[in-house]
Design a protein around this ligand. Structure first.
Ligand SMILES: *Cc1c(COP(=O)(O)O)cnc(C)c1O
Length: 227
């Protein structure tokens, strides 16, 4: 099932890329494996998937250690806390959910010198939901400036998780907002190559609006029991 799901998600990405004039190689697929057992990840690897997103630190560390020999790429996409940053800095390749200077400084200090700088995306709360993680557009520029000063972090781009909605036009409107900001930042001379937006239910709208990375969980691994 996982193999077939991966094949059909890839073909949906291909179709959306053609339809919206995107280069296929500009849209990467991150398999969101939170709550999934190691065997499911191994199946995805057999079908050629090498980058995975995790939200829950303890289970993620177990998986990363167990699958070390495959040299996979791991993205932390969950909420950050002070007591989590050290393990994240030591075990992940990317953090997509960076939303404060405090955690940026922790990750910068804790990133082992034996590893390449930690790739980061700043999470933007584009729908301005009060309970949701991410900086507002007003706070974004100053956090970017601060992150650019931290040598053990490599700023790659922006990530968002907009309010859930099933209407395609509304989905596009939310992603469009972030896409405009992303282009403005690039035009101002900041080197960014990652616009992480779109999940199982809104992936096509995100690709239409310029996503370079879509994060797909249920579309690959099936329904999650919780969260
Ligand atoms: C769980 C999660 C996803 C994947 O969502 P699906 O609807 O299962 O595709 C993507 N991004 C983040 C940040 C998540 O927490």
């Amino acid at each position: 099932m996982i193999g077939n799901n991966l094949i059909s998600i890839r073909s949906e990405i291909g179709e959306a890329s053609r339809r919206f004039n995107r280069d296929l190689e500009d849209v990467q697929l991150l398999a969101v494996s939170k709550t999934r057992p190691i065997v499911d990840i191994m199946t995805a690897v057999e079908y050629g998937q090498y980058s995975f997103g995790e939200s829950y630190l303890q289970e993620a560390i177990e998986k990363i250690r167990a699958l070390e020999s495959y040299s996979l790429e791991w993205h932390f996409i969950g909420s950050l806390q002070s007591n989590k940053t050290r393990l994240i800095a030591c075990h992940f390749d990317w953090v997509e959910s960076l939303d404060s200077l405090k955690y940026a400084q922790h990750l910068n200090r804790q990133r082992p010198t034996s590893l390449a700088p930690l790739n980061v995306c700043i999470q933007v709360n584009i729908s301005e939901e009060p309970q949701k993680a991410g900086v507002s557009l007003v706070e974004l520029q100053s956090l970017i400036n601060e992150v650019l000063e931290l040598p053990r972090l490599r700023l790659r781009g922006l990530m968002t998780l907009p309010a859930r909605c099933s209407d395609f036009v509304e989905q596009r409107n939310a992603f469009h907002k972030l896409s405009v900001v992303y282009k403005e930042l690039q035009d101002s001379g900041i080197v960014l190559d990652t616009l992480s937006m779109g999940m199982t239910n809104d992936m096509v709208a995100a690709i239409a609006e310029g996503a370079t990375l879509v994060r797909v969980g249920t579309g690959i691994f099936g329904q999650r029991l919780n969260n």
